[in-house]
Design a protein around this ligand. Structure first.
Ligand code: PEP
Length: 251
């Protein structure tokens, strides 16, 4: 099955309004038509202007970096999935390791967020991945398997079709350490097999699995050349238009 190739940027908490507009302008000028779907994961404040700056681009979509698990209500300071959808974003990054680490999010909570995102028409980009000590004790595949089970395996096959997976080894995020192509492939294949056992081979074959963790223009090609790596979730390098677009062009 032909899978959708994706390069998604995660700006994290960077760029004020003007800086964000400038970055989007540069990215749109540099992007060539291609089979790769580009997703910009911006802070909430940028989504509306990003949408109006990119409505004519069928290969560029927008993601929020989080949403609340409840539909609406007295949750001061929070943003709902429906609000995100209403400004033109189609995707939401959920389960990022920074949300797990600094905001205490666990897979039970992330599972609720996944449900709410799907119910409101957002496609989740679900992040999973192990810390260094887990890899060193060779329990990384078991750990990621348990993350998938806890956050996603309650879904129906129809719901699961909407999920994009991002394998992001925590030790590689923002550190300059990248998983080797072999390490990425080992995990991506394990993830695909795990999905296959639960949802069947067709669904597993059709699931886009991204790699994230210090992916840069100089290593994207070898990572994306692996048979089960369908693109990347890009943090630091998504803040520079030329680096980000070079990664988009790395297949
Ligand atoms: C991320 O935040 O999802 C990420 C992969 O960051 P970086 O590319 O900076 O490691």
């Amino acid at each position: 099955m032909k899978r959708q190739l994706i390069v998604a940027g995660n700006w994290k908490m960077n760029n004020n309004y003007e800086e964000g507009r400038e970055l989007i302008k540069k990215v749109r000028e540099m992007l060539q038509p291609s089979q790769v779907l580009v997703i910009l994961g911006t802070p909430y404040i940028h989504l509306m202007s990003a949408q109006s700056m990119t409505t004519d681009m069928s290969n560029l979509k927008l993601a929020a970096q989080n949403c609340h698990q409840e539909v609406s209500g007295a949750y001061t300071g929070e943003i709902s999935a429906a609000m995100i959808k209403s400004v033109g974003a189609d995707y939401v990054i959920l389960g990022h390791s920074e949300r797990r680490e600094y905001f205490g999010e666990d897979d039970a909570l992330i599972a609720k967020k996944i449900d709410t995102a799907l119910a409101n028409g957002l496609r989740p980009i679900y992040c999973c991945g192990e810390k260094l000590e887990v890899r060193e004790s060779k329990k990384h595949v078991a750990l990621v398997s348990s993350q998938l089970e806890a956050a996603l395996f309650h879904l129906s096959p129809e719901q699961f079709k909407e999920i994009i997976i991002a394998y992001e080894p925590v030790w590689a995020i923002g550190t300059g350490l990248t998983a080797s192509p072999e390490q990425a492939q080992e995990m991506h294949l394990a993830i695909r097999k795990k999905i296959g056992k639960k949802f069947g081979a067709d669904l597993a074959d059709g699931t886009t699995i991204l790699y994230g963790g210090s992916c840069k223009p100089n290593n994207a090609n070898t990572l994306f050349s692996q048979p089960d790596v369908d693109g990347g979730l890009i943090g630091g390098a998504s803040l520079k238009a030329d680096d980000f677009v070079a990664i988009v062009n790395s297949f």
